[in-house]
Design a protein around this ligand. Sequence first.
Ligand SMILES: *Cc1c(COP(=O)(O)O)cnc(C)c1O
Length: 387
Amino acid sequence: MSEPLVARMRGFGTTIFAEMSALAVRTGAINLGQGFPDEDGPAAMLEAAVEAIRGGGNQYPPGPGLPELREAVAAQRLDRYGLAYDPATEVYVTVGATEGIAASVLALAGPGDEVIAFEPTYDSYAATVALAGATLRPVLLRPDGDRFTFDPDELRAAVTPRTRLLLVNSPHNPAGTVFTREELQVIADVCREHDLVAVTDEVYEYLTYDGARHVPLATLEGMRERTLTVSSVGKTFSVTGWKTGWVTGPAAYVRAVQTVKQFLTYATGGPWQRATAYALRHETPWVEELRRSLEAKRDRLVTGLEAAGFKTFRPQGTYFVQADIRPLGFTDGMELARALPERAGVVAIPTQVFYQRPENGAHFVRFAFCKRESVIDEAVERLSRLS
Ligand SMILES: *Cc1c(COP(=O)(O)O)cnc(C)c1O
């Protein structure tokens, strides 16, 4: 039989997360691969979802999202960042950030267009750009001291007459970078100079460490009018299974997103929206506690990985640590990640899967620290037997 999959999606077969999580189950290894927390979000928020279901909120919500969630998102953008959005026309609720990004890219880029993204890229980006029939132009994030950043000249050089969009993820998964205002200024200058639209993925907006502050690209001069900002409930409130996100931006761009999203999923799960609106309004102190505990867990994992012989890059945000495997005598992260569950009883993700050319990330693996302390300690103990 011939290959049933449409040509542009070939090469996006099974994700590494499915493969590695299956390995974790088969070998009983500790899963520091996929980035989901092993503790629940705030109890009152969970209760709000239950109440929404029991209270009859179970039919199609409005396509753009429940007004109470759109208003809560607008209030959050204003209170936290000073960005004003009209909840009626400039906020749109999506099935997680994933759909928000997909609908934005599908709405704004098509065949012949180019989309720039910093590499390593979150795994949905390349597939989404391919779905749109557009071409992904990666700009590498390279190690610089103990963080990853880009070379402004490489970003400028990546722009061509066909460039339509810049996809910007900060705090960045998997590199752990929180872009500084100076880095964002370079990005903003490129967008303005070449009349590009930015789509920003800010799902880790609350999860930053060591005093690093998340700065939305839309707050930079001249950027609000050309930026679609995407975020979601999953990472902020430890409910990655809820798949409830939102896009904010100028009305004309949000309308473009609406045109696509309404035919992908039409609307987004109602009960989750109600509970998310509650959480955005009332549970930010809970998020601050989460942030603090994640910062401590990051330190625990970084210290343990260094003791085990890895060279680590201390993330300024997100759930993830990048580890260079070469000090341990390994060179290929894919090989190591496939062997690690049997050899050490731990699962990690080979960072090379986040690159167009795997050799650019060959010697890195990614470990998640959004796990209970006892789990991190046990993983570190197991990894210490590697050397
Ligand atoms: C987890 C994650 C997402 C997906 O968010 P959902 O709301 O679950 O769709 C998007 N981008 C990045 C960088 C992520 O880590």
